[in-house]
Write a protein that binds this ligand. Structure first.
Ligand SMILES: N[C@@H](CCC(=O)N[C@@H](CS)C(=O)NCC(=O)O)C(=O)O
Length: 211
């Protein structure tokens, strides 16, 4: 049984970047949810029943609707409340373009860079260089001009990308610290050091269904 039948239930995995972007947006929007921390290797039946594809995040709404894509959860949360205008209708196409580049080709390169042993056909550095050209360098160029991807204030594209850039930065943090991406480091450091990010990264026990 949910803790409170009126609360949406978020199936989440603390370290999953897709789940991070969902938790960030729900928290920012002030939407209270019951977070159910799962283990990817041992997914609860209730999650698979709600969403058989078996990825997180998944948000189950009190009316029974199921949102099973992180971007849908972000959009739903922002439709409830968007106090600092993360959604900028005039820049929606640019936001979508950054997110598509992140979730598509950048995520593929990030996985290769992170797990180079799975793709022995090329050295790890190749995946990093491709990711730099695709994402880090273009982001750096923008962030040298303005503090966030679409202007002086954060928007939902910043929040959607940040967990992935963070993951990338941690594969080889010494390299990232010295790489020619000073503005990107400031952007990442600011978002990572924010109270909002800190608030969604607290450790919590794995959810156990009631016996
Ligand atoms: N397109 C999905 C991707 C979510 C996703 O791939 N999540 C990973 C964890 S980071 C997952 O649940 N993988 C399933 C597994 O590893 O079994 C979304 O945006 O929500």
């Amino acid at each position: 049984m949910p803790v409170n039948d009126l609360l949406p239930i978020l199936y989440s995995y603390r370290r999953c970047p897709y789940a991070m972007r969902a938790r960030l947006t729900l928290r920012y929007a002030g939407v209270a949810v019951e977070v159910r921390e799962i283990q990817l290797r041992n997914k609860p039946a209730a999650l698979l029943q709600a969403s058989p594809k078996g990825t997180v995040p998944v948000l189950v709404l009190p009316d029974g609707r199921v949102l099973e894509q992180s971007l849908d959860i972000m959009a739903w949360a922002l439709a409830q409340r968007d106090p600092e205008s993360w959604r900028l209708p005039q820049f929606e196409a640019q936001a979508q373009a950054w997110i598509a580049r992140n979730d598509g080709p950048f995520k593929a390169l990030l996985d290769r860079y992170k797990y180079p042993e799975r793709v022995p056909q090329a050295p790890q550095v190749q995946w990093r260089q491709e990711a730099e050209a695709l994402m880090l360098a273009p982001m750096e160029q923008v962030l040298q001009q303005q503090a966030f991807l679409l202007g002086a204030r954060p928007c939902w594209a910043d929040m959607a990308l940040m967990p992935f850039i963070r993951q990338f930065s941690r594969v080889d943090s010494a390299w990232f610290a010295a790489a020619p991406y000073a503005a990107l480091r400031v952007w990442l450091g600011g978002l990572e050091g924010s109270d909002l990010f800190e608030s969604i990264m607290h450790k919590q026990p794995v959810w156990q269904p009631a016996p």
